[in-house]
Design a protein around this ligand. Structure first.
Ligand SMILES: [Zn+2]
Length: 184
């Protein structure tokens, strides 16, 4: 897996790109959480669920189906908790789907582990992308601290953090400017 930091950073970036208004910041956090969520399967891994099984790490929770379910659940939840000023359901649904699905995309660009079961439960094959520049993160928290964790973070800073930053800067610069007419 990529680390939770990288997944959350990409999710939050998508949130800001899709819902740029500051009042929507809770949805940026929601998108960050959705992007990190698929690694909940690491708990099963610790409990002995085989890596390459349906419920194994990078299995069903990393699939496009799981992303669609998370997105639908998120939209439903937002309808329940926010009555006014909430984002359009289609836009929010697309954001949460892409944020959750982005997790598998990053994992499929890492240097280790098994690939991602994007099409689970129908097809259990695991996939990697041809380009895999992101150093794989240790599954255990303890393994993350130390020199290996630093290498992972450095790799993610270049391959995930920097592109996210550039996207956000591009959004900022591309925004229409409203000039105050001083002659009035
Ligand atoms: Zn993962």
């Amino acid at each position: 897996m990529a680390s939770a930091f990288a997944h959350a950073a990409l999710g939050a970036t998508l949130g800001k790109l899709f819902l740029p208004e500051k009042r929507h910041w809770p949805y940026w956090l929601a998108a960050a959480a959705c992007a990190a969520l698929p690694d909940v399967d690491a708990l099963g891994y610790r409990l002995g669920v085989p890596y390459n099984s349906l419920w194994g790490h990078r299995g069903l929770t990393h699939s496009l189906l799981a992303a669609a379910i998370v997105a639908a659940g998120g939209v439903l939840l937002s309808r329940l908790v926010q009555r006014v000023g909430r984002p359009a359901a289609a836009r929010l649904g697309l954001l949460l789907f892409l944020a959750t699905a982005s997790h598998g995309l990053l994992d499929a660009m890492t240097t280790g582990g098994l690939g991602v079961a994007f099409f689970s439960p129908w097809h259990l094959e695991r996939y990697f992308f041809p380009l895999r520049p992101i150093k794989v993160s240790p599954l255990s928290i303890r393994g993350f601290f130390g020199s290996r964790g630093l290498l992972v973070l450095a790799s993610e800073a270049g391959w995930v953090g920097l592109p996210c930053l550039l996207l956000l800067l591009g959004q900022q610069w591309g925004r229409p400017r409203h000039f105050v007419d001083a002659s009035k």
